[in-house]
Design a protein around this ligand. Sequence first.
Ligand code: NCD
Length: 337
Amino acid sequence: MLGRSLLSIDDLDFADIDNIFNTANVLKPVVRREMYTDVLKGAVLGNLFFESSTRTRISFGAAFERLGGSVCDTTGFTFSSINKGESIQDTSRVISGYSDIIVLRHPDHRAMYDFYSSSKVPLINGGSGPEEHPTQALLDLYTIITEFEKKGKSIDGSNLLIFGDLKYGRTVHSLVKLLVKFKKIKFIFISPEQLSLPSKLISLIRENGHSFSERTNFSSNFESVDLIYATRLQKERIQEDDIGLESYPLDLKISKGLIDDKFNDVIILHPLPRDSSPNAIDLSSDLDCYDNLAIFRQTDNGMLIRMALFSQILGVDKELSNSFRRVKWSSRNIKHS
Ligand code: NCD
């Protein structure tokens, strides 16, 4: 990945993904806070988020700092010069003069490419409109592989249920593009009818020899589903012609009752945030004690994957293990000591 940018999950082939996951495995002692490293000492990340974010922005920033680098960031348009009429190309040229690598989140997918065309340093897509979220797809895939390994399963031949806002959910779009690289998956898509998966992704699934079904509820029975990937409705993107959502059944929710009733030993993922309001179409918190709920292992993996990407793009991945030092501090369970 040396010197490369990551704008779309399509930019990566299996060999790239394998390399990223191998580097992520090397970094586990750092994420477990057993070791620290300063291989990126002196490097600066420009972390530009022009849309809401908590975990993605912080995890990119924390990943860079845990490699010894430092972070300059900005959030929203209000405090940015774009609000004064500056073009995205000018912003890109300026910030790339200050940083060694940039992460950009933007509501318009095309802006990612405009920014890239003027940047002097590598660019990572931190989420672009409803289109793409490649680093989320990587950490989702890494999580699926690690959770499946614990159960002796593999992605080839598995049954994967994807639920929620499949129309505007960019994490779903990037993840599906990644999963079609595997073999003989059975996809089950469940969403309100108005928010079904875009036809170009359905075509991609067909072209790659996978099978799929589309449903609007959980009423029928399910045969050995291995994974549920749940998402929230992207209320900030839902438009006029999607009206009618209010009339949707309020019980369209992944709850403990549903899992006990219809699924056996299924792994549950969610890119987060989940919508915890009472009638939300989303993943319910009554599953929080379910062992197969891997959503927080998934967020922890986000750090690993982002650290691995930074290390590879900036060319320090081969130096990682030699740079590790044992930590002298402990931040674990301080409130219980
Ligand atoms: C997702 C996003 O921003 O697309 N969040 C994230 O980065 N983990 C999902 C969402 O906002 O629903």
